[in-house]
Design a protein around this ligand. Sequence first.
Ligand code: LLP
Length: 382
Amino acid sequence: MTFDIACMKGVDTPFYYYDMELLRSTLAEINDCIAGTPVHVHYAIKANGNPGILKAVHEAGLGADCVSGGEISAALEAGFPATSVFYAGVGKTDEEIKLGIEAGIGCFNVESVEELEVISSIGAEMGKKVPVALRVNPNIDAHTHEYITTGLEENKFGIDLRRLDDAVDKAVKSPNIDLVGLHFHIGSQITINEPFAILCARINDLTAHFREKGIEFKILNVGGGLGIDYNDPEANPIPDFKGYFNTLLSGLKLTEGQEIHCELGRAVVAQCGSLISKVLYVKEGVGRKFLILDAGMNDLLRPALYGAHHKIEVVSPEDAGSMDVYDVVGPVCESSDVFGKDEKIPTVRRGDMIALRSAGAYGESMASEYNMRKLPGCLFVG
Ligand code: LLP
């Protein structure tokens, strides 16, 4: 990627660099793919809730997928219409539920019969009928990292298939619940379409089962999970949305008026963001060189938490002339504060600028002040 180095002058490192042109092209590609189809995309705010990002996503006309009262408020502040805001999460508090009902959000994705009962009674207190989709745990292996797979029986997410009939029955009978749909999410960073195709087949079985009982769902929400290319962001800056949406459109058997909803996070914002950091020291170790950055795991947690790898590039100087091999690490007092081992990159010196690529999703949003460090800043370019 060509970074606009002039724009970076005077900006304190580390900071997130957002290529807004790439974000807008990504959003345009999504809109091209879904034009004229019954697909609705809600952006998963947890991937990146930076107001500048939310503004661009809202301008492109996507809805919002939220997992906390804070995210609901951020979505509304950014201008997302309340009806396009969906709210998921296994542990919604009474206050968050009230906030969502008060605002008139489009759907609560409900994760248990216990939660359904609480929403129903809060709805009754407020004199409201609450739109609800039941989140089903479809027991599908998404073949992704164990921390980001969610659709297996052993996960805490969703209603077990064996309890679903009972949950649907309760929802249908509750005067304060408007059962509008079924909701699924099988995991994140899924780079093949097969798990989504399997999910579609599972959904068809379920909708057929409930149709026999006279129950139709307006909304089939397949969740998020479409992955991106962390190894080669240059070659694949925009994910294969066509392949993904075609899998959904050809896989789901829809009835008249039925809508497909999905909640993409990473696929929308990951590639437009890079974490820019300065080289503090090049330290000679025993048999290896450590490249010590001023960005650490508190700025970008994914490598330490999931063993994820973000491509490491030298931003400036652009041409060092020679290559070297480094262990690239942060300054935080944890052995897991490592961005890459044996990284072959152009030779660097103190003060040079480094980019950790594909960091637009789950980068800034997972940053913390651990070690009493400052939160990373941000720069929007383009
Ligand atoms: N819908 C639900 C119900 C979810 O739980 C998630 C993500 C999404 C949508 C959006 O998924 P995406 O399209 O971004 O894959 N921090 C981890 C990822 C955690 C994902 C949690 N749920 C990471 O950095 O890889």
